[in-house]
Write a protein that binds this ligand. Structure first.
Ligand code: UN1
Length: 465
């Protein structure tokens, strides 16, 4: 008899850190290895299951997710702090992702090509890779996992999914919904644990053929260091330092409202959050005043949740202190929310007098902090918006069609927005960044097929035997 001693982790509510909301058992290294072996075995049947049937399973999971929307949203909100409303939006997005990829099961998986040789038929087939490891963050505990798991499954891969330890209870619930939908054993397995143990097994296991990860640049780099030489396919979606530009001809009211939403939705904890805004000098004072008005409208504790954990709380407050020391001028917020006896609440925070030598203009803060920068004109704005190691998303607010198109051309990002906030993603469109924001392979839409499948090219001699 073997006795397995697992580490138990308690989850606490970031709105009320004294409240334990549940426990998760973390897997051991050996158990994780067994999961990978079993997933590899399950691949044999799953890859031969009709993709229409695989898609149907995703559709049933979407129905179950919708039926359980309240429970999933409540669990996630209690676990990582996002407001219940924000979570309901995310769960709905999760269902749309499942439905989009369910349909993929009915679409073409190859094409017939002309051969240069008479009497030969030439065609391609998309084939799955094998076991895929999905390593996902806490900030979108439903949508991001589903936009990795759903395409991986429908194209015939088996999946070992490691949710962030900080959204483990939500991960468990999502895994149960797939089970309830009837997913065969070991086709999707949720592995709870730490990156240094469970994650490491996934990076090293030879049976794992692809790794899809969303999270910090630091962890992304360590994935490349560990798995980069193993010939696994690797997809990394990393940080952002997303800029918005507000030109003098813009609808100023709309621009200020959406810039603040872009910065503060989910308490700024989105890799697509707006974290720098460049304002043309002729409208600077007016826009800044409106931004502050918009910030005042935010009710911390109701319309904006706490940040997700003590670690997040401390690192965001440290970034705010650093900005003050570097000489940025605090014009709104700037610290823990007054009057909250507990919870990791931070006020929406706005800094002006920001230069590009400061950390606040360069580093991803992942919190409710916006840097406001005055620019002479559009040229200066585009130059500064591109002056970043990141290249995920960028917005321009303007009614000038030439400038809008120029921005679309010259902005060094994967997601460009005109008169809209920097965040957001739809399941049918490719998502991802340039520069240090990504390894390049896009997620969602038809782009997902590129990552989660490979080709078999087939030639058949049809004549002259
Ligand atoms: C969105 O902006 O709605 O981790 C999606 C993140 C991104 C997803 C953003 N990968 O914040």
């Amino acid at each position: 008899m073997t006795t397995i001693i697992r580490e138990i982790r308690e989850q606490f509510n970031p709105a009320k850190p004294s409240q334990c909301i549940g426990q998760v058992e973390l897997l051991t290294v050996d158990e994780t290895k067994e999961v990978v072996t079993a997933a590899n075995k399950a691949f044999e049947d799953w890859k031969n299951t009709s993709s229409v049937v695989r898609g149907e399973l995703l559709r049933v999971t979407a129905d179950l997710l919708e039926q359980n929307i309240d429970k999933v949203a409540e669990t996630a909100s209690n676990e990582m702090g996002k407001t219940k409303n924000e979570m309901i939006g995310e769960v709905k997005r999760g269902a749309s992702i499942l439905r989009y990829f369910a349909q993929e099961g009915m679409r073409a998986t190859g094409e017939v090509l002309p051969s240069a040789n008479e009497g030969k038929m030439l065609y391609t087939m998309r084939v799955p890779l094998g076991v895929v490891a999905a390593i996902t963050p806490w900030n979108f505990p439903v949508a991001i996992p589903l936009w990795k798991i759903a395409p991986a499954l429908v194209y015939g891969n088996t999946v070992v999914w490691k949710p962030s330890i900080e959204s483990a209870l939500t991960g468990k619930l999502i895994g149960e919904l797939f089970e309830q939908a009837g997913i065969p054993k070991n086709v999707l397995t949720v592995v709870q644990g730490r990156g240094s143990k469970v994650g490491q097994v996934l990076l090293e296991a030879p049976e794992v053929k692809a790794i899809t990860f969303t999270g910090s640049n630091g962890v992304g780099q360590s994935i490349l260091d560990s798995a980069g030489s193993t010939k696994k396919k690797i997809q990394l979606e990393l940080g952002g330092k997303n800029a918005a530009i507000i030109l003098a001809d813009a609808d100023i009211h709309l621009a200020a409202k959406l810039t603040m939403e872009g910065a503060m939705k989910q308490t700024g904890q989105r890799c697509t959050a707006t974290s720098r805004v460049y304002i043309e000098e002729s409208v600077y004072d007016e826009v800044l005043a409106r931004l502050i008005e918009e910030a005042r409208e935010i009710k911390v504790g109701t319309s904006m949740g706490p940040v997700s954990s003590k670690g997040q709380y401390e690192s965001i407050l440290a970034a705010i202190e650093k900005a003050k020391l570097e000489g940025a001028k605090l014009v709104y917020g700037g610290g823990p929310t007054q009057g909250k006896s507990e919870g990791y609440y931070i006020d929406p925070t706005i800094f002006t007098n920001v230069t590009h030598a400061m950390g606040i203009a360069r580093d991803e803060i992942f919190g409710p902090v916006l840097a406001v920068i005055k620019v002479k004109d559009y040229e200066e704005a585009i130059r500064l918006s591109n002056d970043s190691e990141f290249g995920l998303s960028a917005s321009i607010y303007t009614n000038n069609i030439q400038k809008a198109f120029d921005f679309i051309q010259r902005s060094e990002v994967g997601l460009v927005q005109v008169n809209d906030e920097t965040g957001g993603a739809e399941p049918q469109a490719p998502f991802g960044g340039m520069k240090n924001s990504s390894t390049g392979a896009r997620e969602q839409g038809q782009a997902a097929k590129e990552f989660f499948t490979t080709f078999k090219t087939v030639t058949i001699r049809t004549q002259g035997m």
